[in-house]
Ligand binder design. Sequence first.
Ligand code: ATP
Length: 342
Amino acid sequence: MSTPYLITVIEGDGIGPEVMSAALNVLERVKKSYSLNVDIVKIEAGDKALAKFGLAIPEESWRIIKSSDAILKGPVGESAGDVVVKIRRGLDLYANIRPAKVYPGVKALKDNVDLVIVRENTEDVYIRAEYLLPEDVAIALRVISKRACRRIAKIAFDTAFKRRKHVTVVHKANVLSLSDGLFKNTVFELGKAMYPDITVDEMYIDAAVMDLVRRPERFDVIVTTNLYGDILSDLAAYVTGSIGLAASANIGDDKAMFEPIHGAAFDIAGKGVANPTAMILSLSWLLKWLGEKKNDVNMSAAGREIENAVIDTLARGEKLTPDLGGGASTQEFTEAIISRII
Ligand code: ATP
């Protein structure tokens, strides 16, 4: 038998262990039916690791992360920045892809949302270079490079190519004329040179926030810088019904990490009511990505099977968690999904 793919699992904090346990139960189910050759390694990372080792990602955990094929990450609490930024930057996972879609059966603020936010993941103010100057003046540096703009633009165009072929660049180049100007111009240049079939338009971040609520159907793929992307995608998740539904991917040239966009939700932790959909869809996406990368049709099929089972369960509206207006527990909802997996 060939070497198994190594999936590193970070359970996370708050509701993290609950939603991760749901996702791993789903994985166990498809592992058998699709004969998947994967090894799962759970590592210590997050708030508990920080308290225990003084590091949110201890060295041994980092060694395992670097040697794995893909990472499945639950939501992390206070140390989220340390965990996520280290993995994104350390593994150069430069594209943060966050789809926002209304699933059948889910009561959403808007019915007609089907968009993908492609967020640059390594630069902008997330380089975390802040300085305190005399007289209580604080400054933060923002870095935008042409290289990073080009590669994120390429991901956005490739994503749009498989969808409705429309890319919107979101920026604030009327204020940040050099940095956002570079971002915007690079996207337009690449589109013109390499993707003649894709329509590109632009929007200021303030207008985009408004349109995401007012007329979200106008968006297909949004490409934007790191901070705007972070803010836009939480709003997009909310507009589609529940923050508990939205999965995201952090993709580099060789490795990728998949995670829910929601946080550790300490307010509902330990109550058994967290919606595991985002975590389960993160697993589904991981399997599809690994399948494509490794040319493994079973892996891709297992990923699709999980996604279909989730959509079907939501559409039937029987065993929904409280955030979706139901009365089911995390476990009951997960069992309903597992029962639909062939
Ligand atoms: P962060 O800053 O890490 O995003 P946060 O506390 O601002 O954390 P979340 O942890 O995402 O944001 O929680 C925001 C709200 O959404 C909370 O009221 C929480 O209960 C709810 N929530 C988040 N995730 C889920 C989930 N999977 N299922 C049900 N409710 C959720």
